[in-house]
Design a protein around this ligand. Sequence first.
Ligand code: S3P
Length: 431
Amino acid sequence: MSDKRILSKKTTLRGEIDVPGDKSISHRAVMFGALAEGKTTIEHFLTGEDCLSTISCFKKMGVDIQLDGDTVTVNGKGINGLEEPSDILDVGNSGTTTRLMLGILAGRPFHTCIIGDESIAKRPMDRVTIPLKMMGAYIDGRHEGRFTPISTRGGKLKGIEYHSPVASAQVKSAILLAGLQADGTTSVTEPHKSRDHTERMLQKFGVKVVEDGNTVRIEGGQKLKGQHVYVPGDISSAAFFLVAGAITPNSEITLTNVGINPTRTGILEVLQRMGAEIEIIEKSNEAEPIADIIVKTSELKATQIDGELIPRLIDEIPIIALLATQAKGTTVIKDAAELKVKETNRIDTVVRELRKLGANIEATDDGMIIHGDTQLTGGVTVSSHGDHRIGMMLAIASLICEHSIELEGYEAISVSYPSFFDHLNKLVTSQ
Ligand code: S3P
């Protein structure tokens, strides 16, 4: 049975939040540390369930990984140091673990069996298994290899030139990680540029990666060397408090050390376009740029969100939908059919749950239309449907609902933001 929480309206949010580490970067730091020769230390690692799944899978392949608070030490023995696991690899709820690990396993000369939770079992894996098989990997799974459970036996790989039908960093990364183990050159071209953390971090670990517009190329046979990685705060987690600050009366919130990689900052552009009062104070720009961001209660206006912006804010669409309920005019989100294959079908779950709260929102084939601004009423039970970002969006919605709400399945939030409610309480009480 899923847990429930009663959440109610707040009149002010004030204070500072150190946003937990970026989920995408935390996964990659563990994986690349495991493939590298020598020691990798990871600071400000996200200890959410998804990233713990990545650690557990690589430990099962014989990699020595130690977690101490939010610091991780990985003692890598090189890519050939990975060993055949004697147990299944359980990815839990994590699509990133599944797809990036498939790229690594495509070239490893041993057998594995990958399983995950109910949500993972519904997510399409053929977007990576098809190109990986073209490279020479032996991969099979349920429904002709489309879904987990999936088994792999790595093959001798050859480079390919792949044109991905979707802008997906998970697809791009899986192919590049297989390309590292392939003969010759591998390239991936995407319709729009997706997040580039893999490209940046591979270069930090000593691998040459060539970027040319929406195409990325890698030569096989390159080696990774252990590094120190500082993980910036996750802008996708910060997004919930950016919106909370903009829509809750009398609020001012500072979010510190947030990653502002341009392939992830669509949310900041949308907030600015909608008239939100935000200030971005840039701090450092090493492998990944970082800033403090201040947000204040704002008068908001509607906007249109589509095209190349979509991959740059794909995970933020549930919270942007809530933001749009508080903006004057009609906000249209399109070109976002990818939402249907996230942890839940996020077009359905966002529209269904926000309607229960009194929002004027409709689903379309590739997005949603939101008419604002609306006073959300609440006074109902809503559900995360087991999706961490739907759970957090609904918890933020409760801040402005007339009546309290009951949130079912709030425990899903620990997938990406275990300290979410502590941070929310801190903003409520530190006035
Ligand atoms: C991720 C890429 C995105 C994103 C996911 C994390 C990554 O998925 O939605 O939360 O770490 O590469 P897609 O590659 O499927 O777009």
